[in-house]
Structures are given as C-alpha cells and as structure tokens.
Design a protein around this ligand. Structure first.
Ligand SMILES: NC(=O)c1ccc[n+]([C@@H]2O[C@H](COP(=O)([O-])OP(=O)(O)OC[C@H]3O[C@@H](n4cnc5c(N)ncnc54)[C@H](O)[C@@H]3O)[C@@H](O)[C@H]2O)c1
Length: 335
C-alpha cells in the first residue's frame, strides 16, 4: 500500500512533534506544511516538503490524504472545517475548540460530510491508560469511590512569550486540564456535576494559572483535581508518565484512584489491596504493573492512518471531545 500522504497545519511546539513522528513512520509521508511563520517556511525547506502560508491553498493544491491540525486553539475549528468540507480526514489537537458552540459546528460538519475527525487526546493511546482501564473495568478495584488528580508544575516563563498562550481561549483549564478531564471520563465514566475555584494571582494574565475542581461522576465516584502552571511540584502527567522526553521525567503519581476493593496510583501503576482480611488494622499488599512504554504519539498516528484508510473509527471523535470540553465549560461557569 502506498504511504498515506499527510500535511501538518501549524508547525509550532506540538506540530513539530507530529512532524517528527510522521518522519519516522513507514506507512506515512509528510507532503506539506501550512503555517505562515518564517520558522515553518525554513522547516519545510529543511525537510524538502511544500510550504504554504494559507491553509486552503495547501489543501486545494496538495490534496493530502489526511491533515494534522496543530494550530492555536481558536484556529482548530476553522482549519478543521476547511479539511472536512473537502472530504479530508483530520486529526485536530485538543481542545477540539475554544468553546462548546464552536465544537458543535465541527461535530455537525463531520456528520454532514461523513468525514472522520480524530481529536488529539493522545493519552487515550498510552499503554498506561489501557492498563488502568483494564484493571478498573475488571472490577478488581471494586466500585470506584474516589479519584484525586494533580496537574501541578511550573511552565517556564518564556512559554508565555507566544501571545495566544496568555490570551482568552488558552489557559491551563483549556490547554491542560482538558487532558485530565478526558482521561478521567475515559477511565471512570461521565462527569455529571462540578464545583470549582480559580486564581490568576501569580502570573497576572487574563487566564487562570491555578484552579481546584470537585466532580461527581455518573457512577457515583467523587473526584477532585488541582492544577497550577506556576507551582514547583513533581506531580503531573507530563513529568510522571515519561511519554514525552521534552519533560524531565519524575517517577511520581498524578492520579490516585480508590475503590471498595483496591486502589491504583497512576502512572507508576502501583495497585494496592488487602489480603484475606481487610480494614485499617490489616497491612496492605501492593504490586506494580509493568507496562511496556510506547510513545503514544506514534500509536495515535498509527490509529489516524487506519482511520484515513477506513480501517478504524476514531477512538475519540469530535462529539466525544466536545463532552470533555463541555465539562471544562461547566468548570468555568462554576468558577
Ligand atoms: N497533545 C498535546 O500534548 C499538546 C501539547 C501541546 C500543545 N497542544 C495543543 O496544540 C495546539 C498548538 O499548541 P503549541 O503549543 O504547539 O502552539 P505554538 O504556538 O507553538 O504553535 C502554533 C503554530 O501554529 C501556527 N499558526 C498560527 N496561525 C496559523 C494559521 N492561520 N495557519 C496555520 N498555522 C498557523 C503558528 O505560526 C505556530 O507555528 C494547541 O491547541 C495546544 O492546546 C497539544
């Protein structure tokens, strides 16, 4: 089979990660970049692929088999619509849109044109996620009573030199917590109710820099999430999961899941339970599940290629990602 011809829109921080993964794939080839920046033009020259400042011009001239859309949040929907209306499958980075209203436009267009949209919640492709889901779904943790999620880290100050990251439509609720919310929905089911508080005091931008959230899941689980992009801490998926070498690996846990029969600390995958007798006078037994690490961005690309070839349906489509975005919107309203 001929390699799948892919184009990337937005060759910034995460766009370059996608480009790197495509460059190493045997069944895909990078055919074009669309990004008006000078750095993107230079990168296209370096890689020997076509460069376009304009997205629609690229789509019409190159007609790629699929597109990865790694633009700033507010461009996700317009760039994805340009693909979908031309019948081109698209992998849209998360969050699927900057608001549920915008996301619904994409959900409707994907349905109307019958074109698959995969959303870049790449943690769903991680083998750690699959192992956690298998354990939870097996019932070995019992009924899940509570989950505690931490996303506490310090983004370097120069991360915010890029203006869109300081402006409304970005912020760690939309850019980061949406990953954790999506993962919790995937592992524990739908979130029905939220309470929340936020602060922008430390960075002083239009967006929050820190927040706390309480959640009630449809299955009865209670949860809390704490996030901050300006705090020194070892507890975040980025630093704990070792899935992306650009983040310093710190082997700690960022999700603590506790059920009536056992507990799981993710991503170190330590599973706690009692022996014959249970209760706080008894010693807990623990076991570490060993998971082979494969870069989830590679698994995500393999899945996207299968989606383009009609061999798979998106494991997270625009409608599913919309629900994660709606939870973020409910958190913002609660704030
Ligand atoms: N899945 C993940 O783990 C992950 C990680 C980081 C970022 N993201 C998401 O990816 C998106 C991009 O984030 P980033 O940090 O890479 O941003 P970035 O600012 O580093 O890159 C964005 C790129 O888009 C380009 N761009 C701007 N306007 C454009 C246009 N009209 N047409 C084409 N290109 C245009 C910019 O020139 C820039 O190169 C965000 O939505 C973010 O939430 C996802």
């Amino acid at each position: 089979m001929n390699p799948t011809r892919l184009a990337v829109i937005g060759a910034g921080a995460i766009g370059r990660k996608h480009i790197d993964v495509i460059q190493h794939a045997s069944d895909a080839t990078l055919v074009a970049l669309a990004d008006p920046s000078e750095q993107a033009r230079e990168l296209a020259t370096e890689l020997g692929v076509a460069w376009f400042a304009d997205v629609e011009e690229m789509l019409d001239e190159i007609r790629p088999d699929g597109v990865i859309n790694a633009t700033p949040n507010t461009l996700h929907v317009p760039c994805a619509l340009a693909c979908v209306t031309r019948g081109i499958p698209v992998l849209v980075e998360k969050p699927v849109a900057e608001s549920p209203e915008r996301a619904r436009e994409l959900v409707d267009a994907a349905l109307a044109h019958n074109v698959p949209v995969l959303v870049g919640h790449h943690r769903r492709h991680n083998a750690l996620t699959a192992a956690a889901k298998t354990l939870i779904d097996s019932g070995k943790l019992g009924n899940i009573v509570a989950v505690s999620a931490h996303w506490l880290l310090q983004k370097p100050d120069d991360y915010f030199d890029v203006s869109w990251r300081r402006e409304p439509g970005a912020g760690p609720l939309l850019v980061n917590l949406v990953h954790d919310i999506d993962l919790m929905r995937y592992l524990l089911g739908e979130i029905e109710e939220v309470q929340a508080m936020a602060s922008s005091e430390t960075r002083g931008f239009a967006n929050e820099d820190s927040a706390v959230v309480n959640m009630r899941f449809a299955r009865g689980t209670l949860g809390s999430a704490v996030l901050s992009d300006c705090s020194v801490s070892p507890w975040s998926w980025e630093m704990n999961s070792a899935e992306n070498p650009i983040y310093a690996h710190t082997p700690e846990n960022c999700y603590l899941i506790s059920g009536t029969l056992g507990a799981l600390a993710i991503p170190q995958m330590r599973w706690w339970r009692y022996g014959e007798k249970s209760g706080w006078h008894e010693p807990l037994i623990s076991e570490t599940l060993h998971i082979d690490a494969i870069d989830p961005f590679i698994l995500q690309l393999n899945h996207f290629i299968a989606v383009i070839r009609g061999e798979a349906t998106p494991i997270i489509d625009a409608a599913d990602a919309l629900r994660s975005l709606e939870v973020i919107d409910e958190i913002r309203q609660a704030i």
